[in-house]
Every structure is written in structure tokens, then in C-alpha cells.
Design a protein around this ligand. Structure first.
Ligand code: ZN
Ligand code: ZN
Length: 352
């Protein structure tokens, strides 16, 4: 039996923490539930999930649909698209059956790449490998979640680039229905016509826009994603870790086409994170951010303490209660909370 391998290559960088990663997680469940009742898909579709932050990890190896169970998505620091792509290509070599003289191999794999930011690694050798050996034998559909992604980067990988303009729950739900419909129509077309080009479903009525790039150019990667600031905190009461996410604030109306950057970031929320997987999926040297640029302080998502961003002299970020006394879970020092000076202070941010 010829299989139709479907890969999801998912950005799990810090900027995905909170609602976006929860929507992706829910979306994967919906896709699998809907495909399982489709006779064509059930017969041919195999699914794999590869996630990348500072490092890449295979969350689910290529598995037949009826045995597939969507995994939990961890979060890591950094957006190493190059490493994600390498992991994908290595797995294609290992798991996808090639056509030989005596054997019809698997259908062309379809890869759905979801990313919400720009690569923080040097991806050029991975891109070269992709374009010389894999691009012609795969269908890669790249989806920018929100409009912070430089599409010129994605255009070096594929002609199929889509932009999910809004990232509210309804837009995500429509988007995952569109993915499901696209997989269904491709598996049907494969079964009936023996042609394994991806058949994307119509995007009418969905917040999803096809992006046309005329001249893909090289884009210099930046080591930090400047659209978000993510702080790595540790709860003083539970010793669990959490991320505090801020997004760049553009005061000018977007529809004027010009986004004025005043350098400030607004609080989005604070989210518990698994300490072990966060550490193992992060790479790169985190830069600093001045606290004066951050607007808003969350409560601690682990214990509910009133102050979720308290900075110790050791540089560690933790929580503290309303009584203003804190013991730093990073270095063990205790003390009264002090007032911050008028110039703020430089604290460590994640790579995003
Ligand atoms: Zn806490
Ligand atoms: Zn400390």
C-alpha cells in the first residue's frame, strides 16, 4: 500500500506560548478526528509531528491515522527553522519509502510548516539541502501565523505560502478545517487519479491569504525575534517555571500601512512551562531588555502571587506576594522588594 505521509513542522518558540500553542494543540486533535472518518484518508494518510524551538524534536513519528494520538506541545527558546528542517529531512530519509525499480514508493509527502516568527539560527545550509534534494519530491505548505514572519524567508523554501491574518480562536478553527479539507482532497485525488500534487482547499471566507512573492531574496537572520519579549521566571512558592510574554506595541493604525515602532512591549500573559523540556529545546545566548520598555506586570501563573516579574540581584526573575518580601528561587537570597530606579534595569529576555 502506498502511504500519503503528512508532516506538521511546528514552531514551538517562546512567542507561541499561551493561546497560539493551545490552538495548535486543539487544531491537531480536530484534524485527526475529522480525517479518521474519511475513507480515503483512513486508507492512505500517515501523520508525523516535528517541533522546533532552539532545537528540534520529533513529537510523533510517522504513524497511521487510526493509531495516531496528538502529542502535548512543549515550548523552547529560539526559532531554529534550519534545525527543524534538518530534522524533517532526516526523517523523510528514514521513514518515507522511495520508489525503486521493483517497488512503488510512498506518495509525495505533504509538509505543513507553522511558524509565527523569524528564524534565529543560520539556516542557509539546511535551505540548500532542502532545495537541492527534497523540494522537488515534497509538497511544502508554509503558513505564517500572524503577520510577523518575513515571507521572503519562507519563499526560499516553497511557492505555497499562506498568511493566517488573525489569530483568534475562530480564525484558528477555520484554518484547521481548511487543513483538514486540503488533506482530504489530496488523499482522494491520490486514490482516484494517482497524481500526488497537494490539493489545497479554497480559502474563501477564511482569514487565510495566499502570499505571492515575486523575487525570493536572502534575508539575514536575526538572533532574536524582536516582535516579542519573553521572560523566563521561576515561582518562589512552587519552584515551577513560567514564561511572561510581551508583544511589540505599534501605536499607529495598521491600516495606514505604516507601523510606528516606539520600542515598547505590552503584556500578553504569563504561562507555566515545563522546566525540563524548555531547557532541552532551547539554544542560543539570551539577550537583555530594559524593564522600562515593558508595560504591565502579570500575577504568577503558578501560585497566584501578585507580582510575577521580580528581578533579583543575581539576574533571576521570580514572583513575590503583596507583602513585598521575596526569596529568590534561583540563588536563595531573600529580601524586601525595592523600588526600581528611574532608568529601569537590563534583564535577560528569551530569544522568542
Ligand atoms: Zn509564584
Ligand atoms: Zn537571585
Amino acid at each position: 500500500m502506498r502511504r500519503l505521509p503528512i508532516y506538521f513542522l511546528v514552531d514551538i518558540s517562546e512567542s507561541m506560548v499561551g493561546a497560539p500553542i493551545e490552538e495548535v494543540q486543539q487544531g491537531m486533535r480536530t484534524i485527526v478526528q475529522n480525517l479518521r472518518v474519511d475513507p480515503y484518508a483512513l486508507e492512505t494518510v500517515f501523520v508525523s509531528i516535528i517541533a522546533f524551538a532552539g532545537k528540534a524534536t520529533i513529537l510523533s513519528p510517522l504513524t497511521e491515522l487510526y493509531k495516531f494520538y496528538p502529542p502535548q506541545f512543549p515550548i523552547g527558546g529560539g526559532t531554529s527553522l534550519g534545525k527543524g528542517l534538518e530534522a524533517l529531512m532526516d526523517d523523510i530519509d528514514k521513514s518515507v519509502q522511495k520508489t525503486t525499480k521493483d517497488l512503488k514508493g510512498d506518495w509525495k509527502p505533504i509538509i505543513f510548516l507553522f511558524t509565527d516568527g523569524n528564524p534565529t539560527d543560520n539556516y542557509s545550509s539546511a535551505f540548500k539541502r532542502w532545495n537541492s534534494k527534497y523540494r522537488g519530491h515534497c509538497n511544502l505548505v508554509a503558513i505564517s501565523i500572524g503577520d510577523n514572519v518575513n515571507v521572503l524567508t519562507l519563499a526560499q523554501l516553497t511557492d505555497d505560502i499562506l498568511l493566517l491574518k488573525e489569530t483568534d480562536a475562530e480564525s484558528f478553527s477555520q484554518f484547521f478545517k481548511w487543513i483538514t479539507a486540503s488533506i482530504k482532497s489530496t488523499s482522494m485525488s491520490v486514490g482516484e487519479t494517482n497524481i500526488d500534487e497537494v490539493k489545497l482547499a479554497p480559502t474563501t471566507g477564511i482569514n487565510l491569504e495566499k502570499v505571492e512573492v515575486n523575487s525570493p531574496t536572502d534575508y539575514d537572520y536575526a538572533e532574536v525575534d524582536d516582535n516579542f519579549v519573553v521572560l523566563h521566571g521561576r515561582c518562589a512558592n512552587t519552584n515551577n517555571d513560567y514564561l511572561v510574554k510581551y508583544a511589540k506595541h505599534y501605536p499607529t493604525e495598521r491600516r495606514s500601512g505604516f507601523r510606528h515602532d516606539d520600542g515598547q512591549y505590552r503584556l500578553i500573559g504569563a504561562y507555566p512551562v515545563d522546566k525540563k523540556s524548555y531547557k532541552s529545546l532551547s539554544s542560543g545566548k539570551p539577550p537583555k531588555i530594559n524593564t522600562m520598555l515593558l508595560r504591565g506586570v502579570p500575577t504568577c501563573p503558578c501560585c497566584g502571587n501578585q507580582f510575577g516579574v521580580v528581578v533579583c540581584e543575581c539576574g533571576g526573575i521570580s514572583c513575590a506576594g503583596a507583602d513585598g518580601y521575596a526569596t529568590c528561587p534561583w540563588c536563595g537570597a531573600g529580601g524586601e522588594l525595592g523600588e526600581m530606579g528611574p532608568d529601569g534595569m537590563n534583564i535577560t529576555r528569551g530569544l522568542g
